[in-house]
Write a protein that binds this ligand. Structure first.
Ligand code: AMP
Length: 218
């Protein structure tokens, strides 16, 4: 099953991706996590991506596509994947279609997390991320069992620099300009399903699971 999670920053895509990945045993592929890891290791791609990410801008399409193409057709993705944060431009959406088609695959569903700006700011301000596995927590909404420590892998939690309020607003502008057109692209293809990113984690997860059953997606 090939699933894309689409929506603005702070919509809860990463959190739902983690839960869905465990429920349906599908790999969670986050381009944001991959780029942060590459930046941390200072690989050539990572070094180039760093400045864009710090400002809240999108990393150039060719760089992201190179990063994703490496993993998208690896052996452990045979059963499918959950893409989180990709595609983010029309060009990326078209490139993804081409890559999938070349490999005899297609997307089954695109979940669009329709979310308000106040929800996003509240979520991102309190978000904490695991340095090791990229899992998301929130100081109030999803606190880790032990402060500063990841429940899943014991990694250290930190606050992303681009989660500061002024960068969040910039990321929203980038989203509106460059990512929002992707919604219409998938609507036209009749694979878009809209859900509310303003719902809390458990409620939203129930909505998604019910939708998957109703539409016989998984
Ligand atoms: P995320 O963790 O998904 O919020 O992504 C963090 C940052 O990584 C974004 O603000 C972009 O700078 C970069 N990024 C992640 N995915 C993409 C993508 N598909 N296209 C371009 N830039 C991306």
């Amino acid at each position: 099953m090939n699933i894309v999670l689409l929506g603005p920053p702070g919509a809860g895509k990463g959190t739902q991706a983690k839960v869905l990945s465990e429920t349906y045993n599908l790999p969670h592929i986050s381009t944001g996590n991959m780029l942060r890891e590459a930046a941390r290791k200072n690989t050539p791609y990572g070094a180039e991506a760093k400045a864009y990410m710090a400002k809240g801008d999108l990393v150039p399409d060719n760089l992201v596509v190179a990063v994703i193409e490496e993993v998208l057709f690896s052996e452990n993705l045979k059963r499918g994947f959950i893409l989180d944060g990709f595609p983010r431009t029309l060009q990326q959406a078209k490139m993804l279609d081409e890559m999938l088609e070349k490999n005899g695959k297609r997307l089954d569903v695109v979940l669009y997390f329709k979310t308000s700006l106040p929800t996003s700011i509240a979520r991102l301000g309190g978000r904490r991320v695991c340095k090791k596995c990229g899992a998301n927590f929130h100081v109030k909404n999803i606190p880790p069992k032990k402060e500063g420590v990841c429940d899943y892998c014991g990694g250290q939690l930190y606050q992303r620099k681009d989660d500061e309020e002024k960068t969040v607003k910039r990321r929203w502008n980038v989203y509106t300009d460059q990512t929002a057109p992707v919604i219409a692209y998938y609507k036209e293809k009749k694979i878009l399903q809209e859900i509310s990113g303003d719902l809390d984690v458990d409620t939203l997860n129930k909505v998604i699971t019910a939708l998957f059953q109703k539409e016989k997606i998984v």
